[in-house]
Write a protein that binds this ligand. Structure first.
Ligand code: PA5
Length: 427
């Protein structure tokens, strides 16, 4: 069961709420048209066949026991979220950043002969991914240990795999990285680590059915879209997601990328902020309650925590806690925090999961993907591209001396000079 409680989320957009349904319907129709035209592919992924993925996992599992995922952004966050939040992370390593501390630490930890190295990049040319692959490939003992997940036809990694006889899986060309968690990009690492990928897709399918209902009160994606859109129009430029479950921490990282990279363009967008309950009650809540009223907040709760522990009596002062469990304290803290936020006029949406398992995670993935796409259409921007990422990549190529990027190298140097022209040297 996934439940959205939005009675305390409407705040000062209640009037607009009554009139938003037609706009949502138009955005929804556009989504379906783009799906039919084959322009967007993420809505087809829940219906995909997992046979290829599972067969390849079986083959690799017969002689390896650990997985190193080399990929970044949409090519790593979804799988990392699922594997870690579902408690399957033993023997799972992600090389996303090009921070040598991270890469070297992984290399020191694994047994390279018993490891499956999975390189994931839709473009097949992302600097971080290629650099980590270049750092790692000397330790890979045989090509059988490798899997490359990339565009079915284009890019360096596709031709590298073809030329070297490496096993591959495709990234559908009409699915951008951050919408690709339900494709082999997410499913292969998940299945390798023991996540039941059929159940993930099953959850996504069930939720997608709801996301197709053309009635605001019954469609979870429409509700999330409408709330964030209307509050954004009312100056709430920040969307906070705060689960009261540490296991959902990486889900928030996944959502943060989806929201930021899909919606932040042409001067528009809503800044996604990650918070964790209760930890950030002691860090960010002061600002949320008492600072500028520029936020819509999503709290997330998991009703049935996997583990729990009872509190033993300690002193009369804390006798109200004795006999309760940690999850009861967590729940009370969420209720207290939600109450204070509501009293302070902050719109609060609550997402409740009965438990955190494959099906629920699959539902969350597709609901938030649909909501992001719809919000992009309402804002009049293309949620599926990322033009703002490209210039930084071009300048980096120039700095690293890539052929054809000489002008960018010069430009990067000029900018660096400008930045250091006023500088304070300390110690
Ligand atoms: O969502 C996106 O498109 C990006 O975050 C990409 O996933 C990220 O930049 C990695 O790109 P690639 O998969 O081409 O290596």
């Amino acid at each position: 069961m996934v439940e959205l409680d939005y009675g305390c989320a409407l705040g000062d957009v209640r009037e607009q709420w009554e009139r938003i349904e037609n706009d949502l319907r138009r955005a929804h129709e556009r989504l379906l048209e783009d799906k039919e035209a084959g322009v967007i592919g993420f809505l087809d992924l829940p219906f995909g066949n997992t046979k290829n993925v599972k067969e390849l996992v079986q083959k690799k599992r017969s002689f390896t026991d650990e997985l190193v995922l080399i990929g970044i952004g949409g090519s790593s966050l979804g799988a990392e979220c699922a594997v870690c939040s579902l408690g399957k992370a033993q023997g799972f390593y992600v090389m996303d950043n090009v921070d040598p501390d991270k890469t070297v630490k992984v290399l020191k930890t694994i047994d390279p002969e018993r490891t499956c190295f999975t390189v994931i990049s839709k473009s097949g040319s992302t600097t971080e991914t290629i650099a980590n692959f270049m750092a790692v490939h000397p330790v890979i003992k045989s090509k059988e240990q490798l899997v490359i997940i990339t565009d079915p036809e284009r890019g360096f990694l596709r031709s590298y795999a073809q030329n070297n006889g490496i096993d591959t899986l495709p990234v559908p060309p009409n699915v951008p990285g951050r919408f690709s968690v339900l494709s082999p990009v997410g499913l292969f690492p998940m299945a390798y680590m023991g996540v039941d990928v059929d159940k993930v897709l099953e959850g996504a399918k069930k939720a997608l059915e709801l996301c197709m209902i053309e009635k605001l009160e019954d469609n979870p994606a429409w509700i999330i879209t409408a709330l964030h859109y209307l509050h954004l129009l009312n100056g709430k430029n920040i969307a906070v997601m705060m689960p009261y479950a540490e296991r959902l921490s990486l889900f928030v990282s996944w959502w943060r990328q989806l929201w930021a990279e899909s919606l932040g363009k042409e001067g528009k967008g809503q800044t996604p902020v990650k918070a964790i309950g209760t930890v950030d009650q002691h860090s960010q809540i002061q600002l949320y309650n008492d600072g500028p009223k520029d936020k819509i907040i999503t709290l997330m709760v998991v009703e049935d925590m996997e583990d729990d522990i009872a509190l033993a009596p300690l002193s009369e002062e804390f006798s109200h806690l004795a006999g309760k469990t940690l999850s009861q304290v967590l729940k009370a803290s969420y209720q207290g925090t939600a109450g204070a936020l509501v009293k302070n006029g902050v719109p609060v949406l609550v997402v409740k999961l009965s438990r955190l398992d494959e099906e629920h995670l699959g539902s969350l993935f597709i609901i938030y993907e649909c909501a992001t796409a719809l919000l992009g259409y309402l804002l009049g921007i293309n949620p599926f591209d990322q033009p703002g990422v490209e210039e930084g990549k071009r300048l980096t190529h120039g700095i690293l001396g890539r052929k054809g990027y000489e002008e960018k190298a010069q430009e990067a140097m000029d900018i660096a000079k400008r930045c250091t022209s006023s500088s304070l040297r300390m110690l």
